[in-house]
Structures are given as C-alpha cells and as structure tokens.
Design a protein around this ligand. Structure first.
Ligand code: ADP
Ligand code: MG
Length: 334
C-alpha cells in the first residue's frame, strides 16, 4: 500500500469510532434493518459490523475496496445525495490500515463471497457462508502504522467514543435496530452488550421521538422541551434539556442534518447562543436536534469525515436554532 493511500486513510479513519461510523453508514445505505457492531480491545484488535442490507454482488466485491469506487453517485450532482457515502473512500481507507475482510451475500444470490485485504494487499474472492447481508471486519487496526496506533487513547476511551458514535447513528436511523457488543477476551462467545436499540415502529417522526426518549433516558426527556419550528424551507425538531441539566458538552449535544449526525460549528454555536442567558457557568446546553431541508440547501461534501456541513443560507439555519430554542426556554419560564 502506498504511503499516499495510508495518509489519505488517516483522514477518514483516525480511530476505531470513525471506522465504526463509516461501516455502519454503509449498512444504512444498504437498507439494513438491523446492524450488529462488535469491538474488541477498544476496536484495536477487532471491529466488526454485520448487517441485513442488500449486500454486494460477487463481481463488485473487489470494486468496493478500490479507491473512489462508489455505487452511490454518478458524480454529476454531488449535492443531491440521499445516502451517507458517496466518495468511495471508506472501505479502501480502512482496508489500507487493517487486516480487512468483506463478506457479503447479495439479495437473491445463491451464495456469499468473502474478500480479504491485508494492509491494502487485496486477495481473491472465495465462497463463504452467510445467510444475508454484509459483514465487514477490520482486525488489528493501524498494525502497519505504529505512529497512528500511538495516538489511540485507552481501550476504555476508544470503546466509549465508538459507543457514542453508535448512539448518534441510532438516533439518526430510528427505524433501524442497533446492537453494540464488547467481545474483549470473549473467545467463542458474542460478547457483552454495551448498547441495544430495537427498531422503532411508527412514522419517521414518531420513530425519532421514541428513539430520542429511549437513548437520552427519562431524566433528559421528562422535563425536556419539545422543539418544533420551521423557517424558509428548514425544519427543526427534537428535544432540548432545561438548563438545570449539567452534562459534558460532547455527550449531550446530538445534531442531525437531513438524518446525518454532524458536529457542526455553526449549529453548536447557535445552541450556545440560544442558552447563553440562562446557563450558569460550567454548564453546557443539552439537546438533540434534527434539522431537515431540501438537499440543495446544504452541502455535506465539505470534509472527508462528513461531519461538517455548509448551509446555503447559514444565517437562516443559525437564526432558526437560536429563535426556536429561546422561544422554548422562555415558554418554560427561563
Ligand atoms: P461509499 O460509501 O462512499 O460509496 P465505501 O468505500 O464506504 O464508499 O463503500 C464502497 C462501496 O461498497 C459502496 O458504494 C457500496 O457499493 C459497497 N458497500 C460497502 N459496504 C456495504 C454494505 N454494508 N452493504 C452493501 N454494500 C456495501
Ligand atoms: Mg461509505
């Protein structure tokens, strides 16, 4: 594997949580209804994502591991993208820095196939046993790039970061079931369940609500403020906690743009501004907010990790968040 590919890989995969994100997003793109994620040793020795999605046809397995091979856009209209992936970077990037195995059974195919890729060296597809969907497995992440390995935090911290990522994805896709397991030292067994969310029934809006309540827990939900507002084609919904809640900033802000988890400066800034008059020092706003709009009003093609977005009208997005939250806080007597 070329040094250039390994450097490019670092942009997409900086730690186990980012690999989990990319693999689980592929599962969502494949229409999965259930996604099972397994980690061992904080993801350093094992990251496995198994789904029941539409799978990969035998003749496209190798293509899936080639750089800039994506089945998701013809490259003409990068803004009009309904799926998470569209760069064709994730699988080759992860395969460049791990011992990677991709096993898949395409819908209606009679058999499954598996393909190994060791630090970027591609093998040949061989028949495999898999009833449906896709299993992507990355073992020994960064084993060929010790410098990157050194930047990983403790297993516990990496596991927590991955779990946080899974929670965000579960909020983004409430109609999909998620299970996260820790299989550290669990030779031959499935491992310990760290997180589980069954598919939420009902309309997409009902499912979002139910999943927020489930994941954020009763404490957050019981006295949380319902947010629902609209401005010039942007729609904001979700829950905001009252300023009495004291939580760390990172763990209590969940932002989604068109169903994608984002960590966007404009939106977190808007959140801070909305709470600025009511928060005591050392406290952080806590909220889970979905911003939905026409895909042409927002550009997600800004950063390889796709967590930053660019709005066509940033002022309107910011104004919507600030005014909706201030309004809700004021209505609740703050
Ligand atoms: P992207 O998601 O940007 O297209 P990736 O490198 O993440 O690029 O994946 C490459 C291709 O492999 C995808 O376009 C898709 O065709 C296929 N693929 C990857 N993971 C899955 C999966 N879990 N189920 C079905 N197809 C998949
Ligand atoms: Mg992808």
């Amino acid at each position: 594997e070329s040094a250039q590919n390994r450097i490019a890989a670092g942009e997409v995969v900086e730690r186990p949580a980012s690999a989990v994100k990319e693999l689980a997003e592929n599962s969502l793109d494949a229409g999965a209804r259930r996604i099972e994620i397994t980690l061992a040793d904080g993801g350093r020795t094992l990251i496995r994502v198994a789904d029941d999605g539409h799978g990969i046809p035998h003749d496209q397995l190798e293509l899936a591991l080639e750089r800039h091979a994506t089945s998701k856009t013809d490259g003409e209209d990068l803004l009009d993208i309904g799926s998470f992936g569209f760069r064709g970077e994730a699988l080759p990037s992860i395969a460049a820095v791990s011992r990677f195995t991709l096993t898949s059974r395409a819908e209606s195919a009679e058999e499954a196939w598996t393909l190994r890729c060791d630090a970027g060296r591609l093998g040949r597809p061989t028949p495999a046993a898999l009833p449906r969907g896709t299993v992507a497995e990355a073992r020994d992440l960064f084993h060929a790039t010790p410098a990157r390995l050194k930047f990983l935090r403790t297993d516990r911290a990496e596991t927590q970061a991955a779990a946080d990522m899974v929670r965000r994805l579960a909020m983004a896709a409430p109609q999909v079931g998620f299970v996260l397991r820790d299989a550290t030292g669990a030779e031959g067994t499935e491992g310990r369940v760290l997180f589980r969310a069954d598919p939420e029934p009902g309309s997409p809006q009902e499912a979002r609500r139910a999943r927020l309540a489930r994941i954020l827990g009763r404490a957050f939900e019981a006295d949380a403020l319902e947010i629902e507002a609209e401005r010039e084609g942007l729609r904001l919904t979700g829950l905001a906690a009252l300023p009495t809640h004291s939580r760390g900033a990172a763990v209590a802000q969940f932002l989604f743009v068109n169903g994608r988890p984002v960590r966007d400066k404009l939106l977190t800034g808007a959140l801070r501004a909305a709470y600025s008059d009511v928060l005591h020092s050392g406290r952080h706003p806590a909220a889970a907010l979905y911003l939905d709009c026409d895909p042409h009003l927002v550009d997600v093609n800004v950063h390889p990790a796709k967590t930053e977005v660019r709005f066509r009208a940033p002022g309107i997005a910011r104004g919507l968040v600030v005014s909706a939250l201030r309004h809700a806080l004021a209505a609740a007597g703050h």
